[in-house]
Ligand binder design. Structure first.
Ligand SMILES: [Fe+2]
Length: 280
């Protein structure tokens, strides 16, 4: 494997590896180590069947079945489809998903560990994904801010995000709402494997800071989000068909960006790795 950095604070690219083949223990352990170390891994030029994608992601742990079952449109319910494409009059995937800074499934009591996103069809321009290191963002804060925010907790709300992001759609069903009640997580979380601290913020899903007045809460979240997503801590991934990106949702945020969805189609398959503990 050839490993090269993607940016100063986050991510490496691995070359010389074929994920369609079963990886030996040592190779997989090295990928896990690199993920803990760099939070984001890009592996390009892959040609994976749905089964191979699921099998690779499954090496990291149990896989999550997304609450929006209408977008589990492959034979594998572990694959959540992101797409603007329609088949037989119906969307095959969720469109305009994640166009805000977030960490996948942070609205769960036990949020997911990571995601393995595979690009099946990509537009020639647009639809880049931005990633940021919330560890580097935490590190760079001044001591006074660190001390102030360290004990704080935030409410993460899927229904709040959904109502904002998808205001033009049918609201969540009772069942979907019941499956995603609001949860409270620490604003500063500890990586369960490396012990490193990171910010745990985000736009829209992170509704408020517990115990602060609404204006103060909104101002603090806006400030921390702005800080955490500055270029200094971020990487922009420009997708090519066949790219696999693996990221650690426990210490990063990401954001999808728009594209010309009339001229081009985009089909992305995401396998989401279940977390193993509540954030602490
Ligand atoms: Fe996402």
């Amino acid at each position: 494997m050839d490993v090269t950095p993607l940016s100063p604070k986050i991510g490496v690219e691995i070359a010389g590896i074929d994920l369609s083949q079963p990886l030996d223990e040592a190779t997989f352990a090295e990928i896990r180590r690199l993920l803990n170390e760099h939070s984001l891994i890009a592996i390009r030029g892959q040609n994976l069947s749905e089964a191979e994608h699921v099998a690779f992601a499954r090496r990291f742990g149990q896989l999550q079945i997304h609450v929006l079952k209408q977008f589990l449109t492959t034979p594998y319910p572990e694959l959540y489809v992101l797409s603007n494409k329609r088949e037989a009059g119906k969307p095959i995937g969720n469109h305009k998903e994640g166009w805000n800074w977030h960490s996948d499934l942070s609205y769960l009591e036990v949020p997911c560990l990571g995601s393995v996103l595979y690009a099946r069809e990509v537009p020639p321009v647009g639809a880049d994904t931005l990633f940021s290191s919330m560890e580097a963002a935490w590190e760079a804060l001044d001591a006074e801010t660190k001390a102030k925010i360290r004990p704080l907790k935030c409410v993460h709300s899927y229904s709040g995000y959904y109502a904002k992001a998808f205001a033009d759609r049918t609201p969540l069903t009772e069942e979907q709402r019941a499956a995603t009640p609001d949860v409270v997580h620490p604003l500063v979380r500890t990586h369960p494997e490396t012990g490193r601290l990171s910010l745990y913020v985000g736009e829209d899903v992170v509704k408020e800071v517990v115990g602060l007045e609404p204006e103060e809460s909104a101002a603090l979240l806006a400030r921390l989000n702005r800080h955490a997503t500055s270029d200094e801590f971020s990487h922009r991934h420009v997708w090519r068909q066949g790219d696999v990106i693996i990221w650690d949702n426990r210490c990063t945020m990401h954001k999808a960006t728009p594209y010309d969805d009339v001229a081009y189609t985009r089909v992305m398959h995401r396998a989401t790795i279940c977390g193993t503990e509540r954030p602490f």
